[in-house]
Ligand binder design. Structure first.
Ligand code: MN
Length: 228
């Protein structure tokens, strides 16, 4: 038995220090997971239940590659985020066991067509057109938790053309990594290859063609991309 059309290429991420790559299954994204960002977006920073949206695995952009400014938007924003990569999954995973599912971490950007997302919010519609477009998920090399552990604090920042735009600390996450995994596993069957983008600190803002973005997470790594 063959395929009736050519199968699409598998989505993968490089792993730092390895010739092998990490195959990506799904990309889950957490909304409003830093209080200061929730406030800047006009929301209450109290710890309400987390909510999620998804990007598509083929929306990933490898570290160093150019980010093409997407069509149909005049307000494309950067959101620097810690990315969690799973090596195992399941349903109803207890918080205490959740970190056993983690393969590693990376620095990611949840690029957002903010104008389209705002229209969706206003109309009560899904967010995909604002969030899940081509190359909307630039992501750095994965670093295995076996090398760096499971970071729960450390600086996270994004510079655009050398100027600091976003700054926070992983210890400011409202929902911590094990809690996110446990909560998500009650909604979906998590699988090896799943990525979770864990939310962004304050300072989201628009980019323009020609801008160079440099993201960093202490103990995890860096990510660079140029808007073209
Ligand atoms: Mn985000």
């Amino acid at each position: 038995m063959g395929y009736v059309i050519t199968p699409p290429p598998a989505a993968v991420l490089p792993v730092r220090g390895s010739a092998d790559v990490f195959p990506v299954h799904r990309i889950y994204c957490v909304g409003r997971n830093y209080a200061a960002h929730a406030i800047e977006m006009g929301h209450d920073p109290d710890r309400e239940a987390p909510f999620f949206f998804q990007k598509n695995p083929d929306n990933l952009l490898i570290n160093g590659a150019d980010f093409p400014y997407p069509p149909n938007s005049e307000d494309v924003h950067h959101e620097i985020e810690l990315v969690v990569a799973l090596k195992s999954g399941g349903t109803n995973i207890p918080v205490e066991e959740a970190l056993n599912c983690v393969y590693g971490y990376a620095v990611g950007l949840d690029m957002t067509r903010r104008d389209l997302q705002a229209q969706c919010k206003k109309a009560g519609r899904p967010w995909e057109i604002g969030k899940a477009f081509e190359q909307s998920a630039p992501c750095g090399d994965l670093v295995p938790a076996s090398e760096i552990g499971n970071p729960d604090s450390g600086a996270i920042w994004l510079k655009v053309n050398g100027e600091l735009r976003q700054e926070g600390d992983l210890n400011q996450l409202i929902w911590k990594v094990p809690e996110m995994i446990a909560y998500l596993s009650g909604l979906f069957e998590l699988m090896p290859g799943d990525l979770i983008m864990s939310g962004t600190p304050a300072g989201v803002a628009a980019v323009s063609r020609g801008d160079e973005m440099h993201g960093f997470i202490e103990g995890v790594g860096a990510l660079s991309t140029k808007v073209v």
